[in-house]
Design a protein around this ligand. Structure first.
Ligand code: RIB
Length: 339
């Protein structure tokens, strides 16, 4: 038969004190309760295997001490690193954090937001799915704002007046990647974007175009192919790009660059001898490859920590909480060579 859970009332009865006294002792609150009584209460609680009722405690505190985070794809190492930074910073501040991965479906974002609001999380960190559009983003942000739960938009920009954000300058990222290849003498540079509904992809492509213009190379739309941030879209694009005579490919994330590596292996092509490749994110795998990947570095772990620090400021109702925009850098490794 299942043991009944020990309550504060049971402990008070056994100790011959009030439930208030027991609560003060178990929550280590300042009081004038004698050490003898404290020891007695703690001893009974231990003997009776007392476990605090978290729901009741949260209700009393009007706080769940929990943050919620929505990410597009937890299987992508970039987001795993981002989550890790959030988890470490949340734990330092006494919060737990739940992660919900939407698989890049914006409808799932909406479901998760409803769940987090219903669970009264203390704050939300939101990376929107790329399958979104401006009005859906507004709907989701307005829903969170109306719930009065503080939230921070991370990595994928959303133009919403009440949200604070921690973002990267994606145009700079696209520019430095493309400029690197141009400086190596490449002129036909294939570009494998992420989903083009996402502002992330739009800004990276803008950086690509800016670099081409600086080197007086006309933009050729046939060299642009839309990917989905997954390995397979990288794999599928290699033969298409080779057919167009490109000598280098700039991928809008490392997972797609890994797909190109796999296709090059299957087709008997060599990187960078036959094709130079640049990725984006700088996940830890880049450095472990037989031909380490040149890529645009995004400090995912630090972005996660900054996101939680910003959220904590909002929870504390600090004044003048600033948006953060970080600049990416290029990590040149062995996957690019002079043409
Ligand atoms: O790898 C996933 C991509 O989507 C990253 O470049 C990140 O910036 C996110 O927006």
């Amino acid at each position: 038969m299942r043991e009944t859970k020990t309550t504060i009332k049971d402990i008070a009865k056994a100790a011959g004190v009030s439930t208030t006294t027991v609560s003060l002792v178990l929550n280590n609150k300042p009081s004038r309760i004698s050490d003898k009584t404290k020891e007695k209460i703690l001893k009974i609680a231990k003997e009776k295997k007392y476990v605090p009722n978290k729901l009741a405690v949260n209700l009393a505190k009007q706080s769940s001490s929990t943050f919620g985070m929505i990410i597009p794809d937890i299987s992508n190492v970039f987001f795993a690193e981002l989550c890790k930074g959030c988890e470490v910073e949340s734990r330092k501040a006494g919060y737990s954090i739940t992660f919900s991965s939407s698989d890049e479906y914006i409808s799932t974002d909406l479901e998760y937001v409803d769940t987090m609001i219903a669970n009264r999380v203390d704050g939300i960190i939101y990376v929107s799915s790329s399958s979104t559009d401006a009005s859906t983003n507004q709907t989701i942000c307005q829903k969170i704002h109306s719930s009065q739960i503080p939230f921070v938009v991370v990595d994928r920009p959303i133009d919403f007046p009440y949200a604070k954000s921690v973002l990267m300058d994606n145009e700079v990222g696209g520019y430095i990647a493309t400029k690197h290849l141009l400086e190596l003498g490449h002129q036909r540079i294939g570009c494998l974007t992420g989903p083009m509904q996402s502002d992330t992809s739009i800004k990276r492509l803008s950086g690509y175009k800016k670099a081409l213009k600086e080197f007086n190379i006309s933009f050729d739309n046939s060299l642009i192919r839309e990917g989905d941030f997954q390995i397979q879209s990288g794999y599928d694009c290699l033969s298409y790009m080779r057919g167009l005579g490109v000598t280098a490919i700039f991928c809008f994330n490392d997972m797609m660059a890994l797909g190109i590596y796999k296709a090059a292996r299957d087709y008997g092509l060599k990187i960078p001898e036959d094709i130079s490749v640049v990725g984006y994110d700088d996940i830890f795998i880049c450095d472990l490859l037989d031909v380490p990947l040149t890529t645009v570095h995004q400090p995912a772990y630090s972005i996660g920590r900054y996101a939680v620090q910003t959220l904590l400021s909002l929870v504390r109702k600090d004044k003048n909480v600033e948006n953060i925009v970080l600049s990416p850098s290029l990590k040149v490794r062995a996957s690019t060579r002079r043409f």
